[in-house]
Design a protein around this ligand. Structure first.
Ligand code: MRU
Length: 364
């Protein structure tokens, strides 16, 4: 997608040297567009852990490139397994990380060490290109939901989203935002309610940034405003992304998603999830008890960062110094609260049968 007219992906290999990996430092957005060059596996691991890159599909793609960087230093079996494990330990909830590393290892393990580096870059590129294509397909498969509301109501369509599940969270296009971009590009009048998404403000910082750069009408709201807006008919549908979906359709996503799903259910507002198949964990069926939920630092809750009136970026404490804070980073929305899943293969109910209807090869 474009930033000020220039097309970007969220991760790419340096065209000149052919091996170093570039990312957009998302901890600096929206205040400045800083590009970072990753030249070894520790830098890739740090980028994921510190959330310079974040969002389930992007984490997977950067981990894949991180393993390619690791092999440049040591392509032996022992080092490859160790570095893959180190990358896998950077964040626990998004299953795309394990998925991408497993796919890399399956490709690389049978190869002699001297063939591994080139093969790793080729596989990482495939993972990245496939993610971009799958996300675009999610857009194509989800946009008719928006078009149908526009046709029925003959007015602007209001969509609520949580966290950032746009192109910055994937390699390109996004998951939840891809149908919105497709609908907008097709001339449908859309407006997005952007949950700020405390504590890290991915909505206020990243979703607002990328929607603004693409010219999509949007309004940032406090996380607690969604239920009120739904009660007053101000939300036609919700679309969010996800970090892990069970084979039965339970959905882990950024903390606060569950509360939005409850409010949507109470107000009969459709609640859709956009996801590539790399986000489905076919090994589990009980999301609430089986999906590991990341606990992040209390300082993300006790402080907030923003631009001061003098233009400087400042971090300030917003909680009494004597108070402690807890920071579970994700929650699980049970499948019964989800209207349906939008994948690269089409839409389906959030059920085991629904998922298998799109991915029959998983029945075995
Ligand atoms: O902690 P984050 O910012 O990595 O969390 C990201 C989300 O929860 C996204 O909604 C999810 O990864 C879907 S991304 C397309």
């Amino acid at each position: 997608m474009k930033i000020d007219g220039t097309p970007y992906r969220s991760v790419w290999v340096d065209e000149q040297d052919g091996w170093s990996v570039h990312i957009i430092d998302q901890t600096k957005l929206p205040w400045s567009l800083d590009l970072l060059r990753l030249s070894d596996v520790s830098a890739a691991a740090h980028a994921i852990r510190s959330m310079q890159v974040r969002g389930a599909p992007l984490i997977g793609a950067v981990a894949a490139y991180g393993l390619a960087l690791a092999l440049r230093a040591d392509a032996s079996d022992a080092a490859m397994e160790r570095d893959a494990e180190m990358l896998n330990a950077t964040r626990p909830t998004a299953v795309n990380l394990r998925w991408a590393l497993d796919r890399m290892l399956a490709k690389l393990r049978p190869l002699p060490t001297q063939a591994r580096i080139a093969a790793a870059y080729a596989e990482a590129k495939l993972i990245a290109d496939e993610d971009a294509a799958q996300c675009e397909a999610i857009g194509t498969n989800g946009a008719p939901l928006i078009a149908e509301i526009a046709k029925r109501t003959q007015r602007r369509v209001n969509i609520l989203t949580h966290c950032n599940a746009g192109w910055l969270a994937t390699v390109d296009w996004g998951t939840a935002l891809a149908p919105i971009y497709k609908a907008h590009d097709a001339g449908i009048d859309v407006h997005v309610w952007v949950d700020e998404t405390r504590p890290r403000n991915q909505g206020a910082f990243l979703t607002a940034y990328e929607l603004g750069k693409h010219g999509v009408a949007h309004t940032v709201i406090a996380d607690n405003a969604g239920g009120h807006l739904m009660q007053h008919g101000e939300v036609d549908l919700c679309i969010v992304g996800t970090d892990r979906v069970t084979r039965t359709g339970d959905v882990a996503n950024k903390i606060g998603t569950y509360l939005k799903a409850l409010a949507a259910h109470d107000n009969r507002v459709p609640f859709w999830i956009g996801l590539p198949s790399s986000t489905i964990d076919w090994t589990i069926s009980d999301g609430v008890h089986e999906i590991p939920i990341e606990e992040r630092a209390a300082t993300e809750v006790t402080t907030i960062t923003g631009r001061a009136l003098d233009g400087s970026i400042a971090t300030v404490r917003v909680v009494p110094t004597s108070s402690d804070a807890a920071n579970p980073a994700f929650d699980v929305t049970p499948a019964r609260l989800v209207t349906g899943l939008i994948t690269e293969r089409g839409r389906c109910p959030a059920t085991a049968e629904g998922l298998l209807s799109l991915f029959p090869e998983r029945a075995a």
